[in-house]
Design a protein around this ligand. Structure first.
Ligand code: ZN
Ligand code: ZN
Length: 366
C-alpha cells in the first residue's frame, strides 16, 4: 500500500484507543473489541456507527501491519512540517520543498505522496460552461451538435507556442527548463520561480504578434458535441479537454460543460428513456376492445390494439423503432366519459344499465 495523505491528518492510535508504544498484540486486541462492538451486522445500519467502523478498520489496516506502522510513525514524526508539503501551498510562486533524493526510503515515500513534478508557470485552461437548446426529437434519439464556445483558445498563428513563426521557444538555460531554481539547505531546499523565464522553463525571443506571446487568443469556436439518446432537460454533459486552452507550453486545456435544455413537445412526454403518450378512448372502445391509430414522433401513425375490458390508466408499450426516435413509446389509455348525450345515446346507455352485469362495488359490501 502506498502511504496516504490522510496519515498526516488521522491519529490511528487514538482511533483504536491505544498508546503509541502499544504492542502488536494490544493493538490486535483493541481492534477486535471495537470491530465486534461496531460491526454493521450488530448495529442495524446506523450510518454514524458504520463510519466509525470504517475508521477503525483503516486504522488497523495500518497499525496491524508492522512495516506500514513503521512508515506511519515516520510520517507522524515529521507531522508539524507536513502542512508545508502540500502542492497546493507550494504553487507557482515557489515555496518549501523536500529534497526527496537525500531522504532515502522516506524520500520515496514523500515522492510518491506528492509527486516529483516541479513548479512551473504551466496553468491549466479554465473550465467553460455553456448551454444549448435541443429539439424534443433530438433529445429522444440523440444527436451531434456544434456548440458555440467563446473564450481562450489556442492561438492559431503560433499554435500555442507563443513565438512568432517560424521561431520556436527555447529551453531556459538558467533553470535547465524546470522553471525553478533551488537553494539548498541540507535536507530541505527552498525553490523560487526562475527569474530568467518567469517560471515557464522556456524563453521566447520573438513573441507571437497575434497573441503577444501568450499562446492563447480570445475567439469564438465550435465544438462538436455528441448528445446521448435520452438526454434529460437540465442535464450537463462533460467534454474533457474542450474548455479554454491552457497557458504556456504543456498546460492542459480545461473541460467544457454543456447544459442541455430540451424543448417540451405538445403531444409527447418522457419517462426516463421512454416516450409517453396519453390516448383517450371511449367507454365502448375500452369495453369492447378496438384498433386505434396513434401518432409517433416522426409524424407517421401506428395502430395499437386495445384489448376488451381495458381500464383507464392501463399502459401499452410500442417497441422502439425509427418512427419513435429509437425509444419505446408507452401509451397510457384514458377512458373518457361522454359529457353531452343525445336522446339516442341516453336510451342505449339506459338499456345497457337495465341489462345488468358485474357489480363493480361487490368488494365494498359487508
Ligand atoms: Zn500566438
Ligand atoms: Zn528558467
Amino acid at each position: 500500500m502506498e502511504p496516504q495523505r490522510e496519515w498526516f491528518e488521522k491519529d490511528y492510535y487514538k482511533t483504536l484507543g491505544v498508546a503509541e508504544d502499544a504492542s502488536a498484540s494490544d493493538i490486535a486486541k483493541a481492534y477486535r473489541k471495537l470491530a465486534k462492538k461496531l460491526h454493521p451486522d450488530a448495529n442495524g445500519g446506523d450510518s454514524a456507527v458504520e463510519e466509525r467502523f470504517k475508521e477503525v478498520a483503516s486504522a488497523y489496516d495500518v497499525l496491524g501491519d508492522a512495516s506500514k506502522r513503521k512508515s506511519y510513525d515516520e510520517v507522524r514524526r515529521l507531522g508539524p512540517m507536513a502542512g508545508a508539503f502540500g502542492p497546493g501551498r507550494a504553487g507557482p510562486g515557489g515555496g518549501f520543498n523536500v529534497n526527496f533524493d537525500q531522504m532515502g526510503d522516506l524520500g520515496d515515500l514523500f515522492g510518491n505522496m506528492f509527486g516529483r513534478r516541479r513548479n512551473t508557470a504551466a496553468q491549466r485552461g479554465a473550465d467553460i460552461e455553456t448551454e444549448v437548446k435541443l429539439d424534443f426529437a433530438d433529445a429522444v434519439s440523440g444527436t451531434t451538435i456544434a456548440v458555440p464556445v467563446t473564450g481562450e483558445a489556442r492561438c492559431r498563428k503560433c499554435e500555442g507556442l507563443g513565438a512568432e513563426p517560424p521561431a520556436k521557444p527555447r529551453s531556459c538555460g538558467a533553470c535547465a527548463g524546470t522553471g525553478v531554481n533551488d537553494e539548498n539547505q541540507g535536507l530541505f531546499s527552498f525553490s523560487r520561480p526562475c527569474g530568467a523565464c518567469a517560471g515557464r522553463g522556456n524563453v521566447i525571443d520573438d513573441p507571437c504578434r497575434a497573441c503577444r506571446g501568450r499562446g492563447v487568443e480570445n475567439r469564438r469556436r465550435e465544438v462538436k458535441a455528441r448528445i446521448p439518446a435520452g438526454v434529460k432537460d437540465g442535464q450537463r454533459i462533460k467534454l474533457s479537454g474542450r474548455g479554454a486552452a491552457g497557458h504556456s507550453i504543456g498546460a492542459k486545456p480545461g473541460d467544457l460543460y454543456v447544459r442541455v435544455h430540451v424543448k417540451p413537445h405538445r403531444t409527447f412526454g418522457r419517462d426516463g428513456k421512454n416516450l409517453t403518450l396519453s390516448v383517450p378512448v371511449t367507454f365502448s372502445e375500452a369495453a369492447l376492445g378496438a384498433q386505434i391509430p396513434v401518432p409517433t414522433l416522426d409524424g407517421s401513425t401506428v395502430t395499437i390494439r386495445i384489448p376488451p375490458g381495458t381500464e383507464t390508466g392501463r399502459r401499452l408499450r410500442i417497441p422502439a423503432s425509427p418512427a419513435t426516435g429509437g425509444a419505446d413509446l408507452i401509451v397510457e389509455v384514458e377512458v373518457v366519459v361522454p359529457q353531452n348525450l343525445s336522446d339516442e345515446q341516453r336510451a342505449a346507455l339506459e338499456a345497457l344499465a337495465a341489462a345488468g352485469g358485474e357489480d363493480p362495488r361487490a368488494h365494498l359490501k359487508t
